[in-house]
Design a protein around this ligand. Sequence first.
Ligand code: DX5
Ligand code: ZN
Length: 218
Amino acid sequence: MRQCRINPSILSADFTNLERELHRIHTADAVHVDVMDNHFVPNLTIGLPVVQSLAKVSNLPLDVHLMISDVDRWGPGYAQAGAASVTFHAEASAAPVKLARDLRAAGAKASMALRPATALEPYLDMLPELDMLLLMTVEPGFGGQAFLDLVLPKIRRARAAIEGTGLPIALQVDGGITAETIIRAAEAGADVFVAGSSVFGTADPAAAVETLRHVAQA
Ligand code: DX5
Ligand code: ZN
């Protein structure tokens, strides 16, 4: 079984005390930060100033997920802010190859996300430009939604394509990940798992992270 990483989403954390919330997930591999602009998705969260502040206090790498329009313009600023990885949506980028290169040039890992109904195949040739591919397993915008099993075949095809490149490209899933659904996502080939409500919705988020990792690697 491949090495699995668990990145809790602070979308389900207490926004009035994010620094304390980071300590509650000290067992995580990275912290997933959901940036929403109420345009690409029908919800509004945080932006660059908060990510800059998080980067200063976080011991965990920042896995920034941009659910914003005009991402070609705004994306590199998150890399400059200190994000370890920056994920943009293919649907929101006019020039995804250029953006991926801009993110790497700014010092971050480049990652691209696809909504559940966005086809993988048009993007296969640009896999070598990416350090990570994110396949959304819910429609982006809100935490607490149910995992979409219809994405599983796309996860399998993405895993096969990644193996075909011979490159260490991570395959992330985000949305509806629980100790039950993570088994199917891992079996299909995902190796980085974002979990919001199933981590922060428990009394012991650090233990929930360890449980998810254990189940995914079983
Ligand atoms: C949804 C976000 C997710 C969200 C996942 O658009 O991108 O990262 O926080 O939340 P859960 O794990 O509750 O589905
Ligand atoms: Zn996310």
